[in-house]
Design a protein around this ligand. Structure first.
Ligand SMILES: [Zn+2]
Length: 356
């Protein structure tokens, strides 16, 4: 039976340190999109009402039953317009759902992840894509995974300056683009640091960290700074080494190939390119979280990457990923907990029923 873990109104003291029985039940309401009546509650402290639905990720959504089918389409390389046609949604509604779901999943993953087990290895690489126009607005995507489990720790897009062969028409296009958007900055170093920092956040307790990258010259400096040079072993592999299964960077090369194939907007020569970098970041988050929690590591495996690292006891269903809202950090409801237990409480004693 669901018990509200806190008062959802942030200014209320029952939001930050909820006491037992801070609420009372207050009848039900019916929503046209759901068969069962939904329990309402009243906070005894602030007097404000809320319901079980206030704690759900699909709170206030139109057509919540289409959220999971939309995720399945978007992590299969289908674009927004085709997804909208398949689900009979408008394009705007599809995009708004995508943004809300991706932001939710990013928080969910940060809430559920814990320290990496000893023996974990990090693999880092960057791949290129673009926003709007390939010739003039390229992006670099730093990408960090745990090598053995293929768990995606982080990926985000950073603008870089156009480079490569400059024909007269390309130079002209770059000038026109700079008149419109301002001079293009190179923010990739900042993104590399932030991405590696995500790795440092979950390896702070380890005495020894192994990092694999290619030989790009700025990596060693940033890596030493982020992880501390005394505990870091940094292996570097030349990019010209054949990219087969024997290549030390095979896990990250393989993950990159997978994200390119299954995220439509990263495919080469596709109509589905991102017009704005921030929505590419959300696309990367959506795919990464699905990869971490829903998909098996390899086709012959039973376990997901997050499960292999001990963050969750089993693979999650898409509907479970989209269950409880995650914007209260460790105080959010755990996606696998019954009765409204929080992530913090569930991490202390996984699977136990809530008492009191
Ligand atoms: Zn309250």
């Amino acid at each position: 039976m669901f018990q509200p873990p806190r008062c959802p109104h942030r200014p209320c003291r029952q939001h930050h340190s909820p006491e037992p029985r801070f609420y009372r039940r207050n009848g039900f309401y019916r929503a046209s999109c759901r068969p069962q009546p939904i329990q309402r509650y009243l906070c005894r402290t602030c007097g404000r009402g809320f319901s079980r639905q206030t704690f759900r990720m699909d709170y206030r959504d139109h057509k919540p039953h289409l959220n999971a089918p939309l995720v399945r389409l978007l992590v299969s390389g289908v674009g927004f317009r085709q997804s909208a046609r398949q689900l009979n949604l408008s394009l705007t509604c599809t995009q708004l759902k995508f943004r809300k779901i991706s932001r939710h999943l990013r928080r969910l993953d940060l809430n559920l992840r814990g320290p990496l087990p000893p023996g974990s290895t990090l693999q880092f690489d960057e791949f290129e894509t673009y926003e709007g126009e390939r010739n003039t607005r390229p992006l670099s995507v730093p990408f960090l995974i745990e090598g053995a489990t293929r768990y995606v720790l982080w990926a985000e897009a950073a603008p870089i300056r156009p480079r490569g062969r400059m024909s007269a028409s390309r130079t002209q296009a770059i000038r026109a683009s700079e008149r419109r958007y301002g001079p293009r900055k190179d923010l990739s170093a900042r993104s590399i640091r932030r991405t590696l920092q995500r790795g440092a956040d979950v390896t702070g307790h380890l005495n020894h960290i192994v990092l694999h990258t290619d030989e790009k010259s700025i990596y060693p400096g940033i890596a030493k700074e982020v992880f501390g040079k005394n505990r870091l072993t940094h292996y570097r592999t030349n990019s010209k080494v054949t990219r087969d299964t024997l290549n030390p960077l095979f896990p990250i090369n393989h993950s990159e190939a997978m994200i390119r194939d299954l995220t439509g907007r990263l495919r080469r020569d596709s109509w589905l390119t991102s017009k704005l970098r921030r929505y590419l970041d959300l696309g990367l988050a959506l795919w990464g979280k699905w990869r971490n929690y829903v998909r098996r590591r390899f086709n012959f495996d039973e376990e997901s990457p997050a499960q292999l690292l001990g963050f969750v006891p089993r693979r999650l269903r898409v509907t479970e990923l989209l269950s409880w809202r995650q914007d209260w950090g460790q105080g959010s409801v755990h996606p696998l907990a019954s009765g409204g237990r929080t992530v913090a409480s569930w991490k202390r004693s996984p699977g136990a029923e809530r008492v009191g």
